[in-house]
Ligand binder design. Structure first.
Ligand code: PEP
Length: 250
């Protein structure tokens, strides 16, 4: 399976800053992209078109950080899959923990977004993960199962294979500098693969499962070497082209 290295720029970067970072990244890679690695930049909505323009002709894809599950309509402030595609982006994040926990998005709404975006032709990075409280209460597996059930049940094997990736991101490791231990990552990724297998059957073996949570150039290669880790979703360390380029090469 190919390895996917994704940058989540969150609510950072104007159009000019996004273009500059994207251009710097391409210059730093010097046309020497590691084989078997794909790269996606999840930019803010306002910088999607500018980022897509900056990476045109390179192997880098662009994605949005959220989507509304309707083609158009009276949904003030929201963005449809068609609008994202129109900006030159091909990916979208669904269910990032900051949206689940700060914006109050439910697992069922994340499921609707996932299904609608896939149907509309976007690839989807479905984010799941437990809070520290849930982990300490021994609810890791139950939380991952519930989040995956709501998002993935009902999707066709075809839709999943065309465009679904899952990112396991323990909430307590995002933006905190506390990376999960290798044992934690191995355990959670094996659980995710198993749960996907129960829901989707053999398709599960072909879906990329990424780890996210305080990934840095220093820890990227050891995390990527773990079983069932097929890529990385990187927040803070993706904001500077130099550190993100090191993670792409890790
Ligand atoms: C993220 O935003 O998905 C993330 C993992 O952030 P960070 O790498 O900063 O922990």
């Amino acid at each position: 399976m190919r390895t996917l290295i994704a940058a989540n720029w969150k609510m950072f970067k104007t159009r000019a800053e996004a273009q500059q970072t994207a251009r710097e990244l391409i210059a730093l890679m010097q046309d020497d992209w590691p084989a078997e690695r794909d790269v996606v930049l999840f930019a803010p909505f306002t910088a999607l078109a500018a980022t897509a323009e900056a990476v045109a002709g390179s192997p880098v894809a662009v994605g949005a950080q959220d989507v509304y599950p309707a083609a158009e309509g009276a949904f003030t402030g929201e963005i449809s899959p068609g609008m994202i595609l129109d900006c030159g982006a091909s990916w979208v994040i669904a269910g990032h923990s900051e949206r689940r926990h700060i914006l109050g998005e439910s697992a069922s709404f994340v499921g609707k977004k996932t299904a609608f975006a896939l149907e509309a032709g976007l690839s989807v990075m479905l984010c799941i993960g437990e809070t520290l409280e849930e982990r300490e209460a021994d609810k890791l597996e139950a939380v991952l199962r519930a989040q995956l059930e709501q998002a993935v049940r009902g999707l066709s094997a075809d839709a999943c294979l065309k465009g679904l990736a899952v990112a396991y991101e323990p909430v307590w490791a995002i933006g905190t500098g506390k990376v999960a231990s290798e044992a934690d990552i191995l355990e959670a990724h094996a659980m995710v693969r198993n749960i996907l297998g129960v829901i989707l059957g053999s398709t599960a073996g072909s879906l990329p499962i990424l780890y996210g949570g305080s990934v840095k150039p220093e820890n990227a290669s050891s995390i990527l070497a773990l079983d069932n880790v097929n890529g990385l979703l990187v927040g803070g360390a993706s904001l500077r082209a130099e550190s993100f380029s090191k993670i792409i090469r890790a």
